[in-house]
Ligand binder design. Structure first.
Ligand code: 5GP
Length: 188
């Protein structure tokens, strides 16, 4: 069983340090607090990758808010490619009809998952629906999505840490980094 220090050794380049992430999340929370004025909002996060971002962002927002959690998985097996066919593993716990909803995502890659989610949530008739993502990888976008809040725009590299996994590991790293190629090839 690997210790966190071993997981750290699997990382080549660190793209975003813990302090960079914390500073940017605080800025995002302050912006959301301003934009929503006197309104309360509902944060809908998509498990599991968004968990640390959600936990930090919600504490940076100075407004009354509720949270809800969804879990989705893409059909198509164990690849890093999104198929756009999404299965809902965990649905919302409460109605969002008439609510101001902010989707909290870890990363937008092709956009297919979020595109599905936006259409699904719009069907539940929220008063408004906006999107906040920690990371954006625009190079691989297949569908156009209007993203309201973006933490960082990153190059087309597969990243892990701060919630993001490879084979369910690395989520507990405090930073976002790029896995060494040997990790992929040895997983064969
Ligand atoms: P999309 O449908 O936008 O292509 O895929 C979004 C999902 O794919 C994310 O929520 C995340 O689970 C996964 N994903 C996309 N890019 C990365 C990446 O660089 N690293 C990790 N760990 N997951 C990614």
């Amino acid at each position: 069983m690997k210790a966190v220090s071993d997981l750290r050794a699997d990382i080549g380049e660190i793209l975003l340090t813990e302090s960079q992430i914390q500073a940017r999340v605080a800025e995002l929370g302050a912006q959301v607090s301003i934009d929503y004025g006197g309104r309360s909002l509902t944060l809908v996060s998509v498990l599991k990758g968004s968990l640390p971002f959600m936990a930090d962002l919600m504490r940076s927002i100075d407004r009354p808010l509720r949270i809800d959690l969804m879990e989705v998985s893409s059909y198509g097996g164990a690849t890093t490619e999104s198929s756009g066919l999404v299965r809902i593993l965990k649905d919302l716990s409460s109605s969002i009809e008439g609510e101001d909803v902010l989707i909290v995502e870890d990363i937008i890659d092709t956009g297919l998952t979020l595109n599905y989610l936006v259409r699904y949530l719009r069907g539940k008739k929220p008063a408004s629906l906006r999107i906040c993502t920690l990371l954006d990888k625009p190079a691989r976008r297949l569908v156009e999505i209007d993203v309201d809040y973006i933490g960082f725009t990153i190059p087309d590299q597969f990243v892990v840490g701060y919630g993001l996994d490879y084979g369910e590991l690395y989520r507990n790293l405090r930073f976002v980094g790029v896995l060494r190629p040997e990790v992929y090839s040895s997983a064969g």
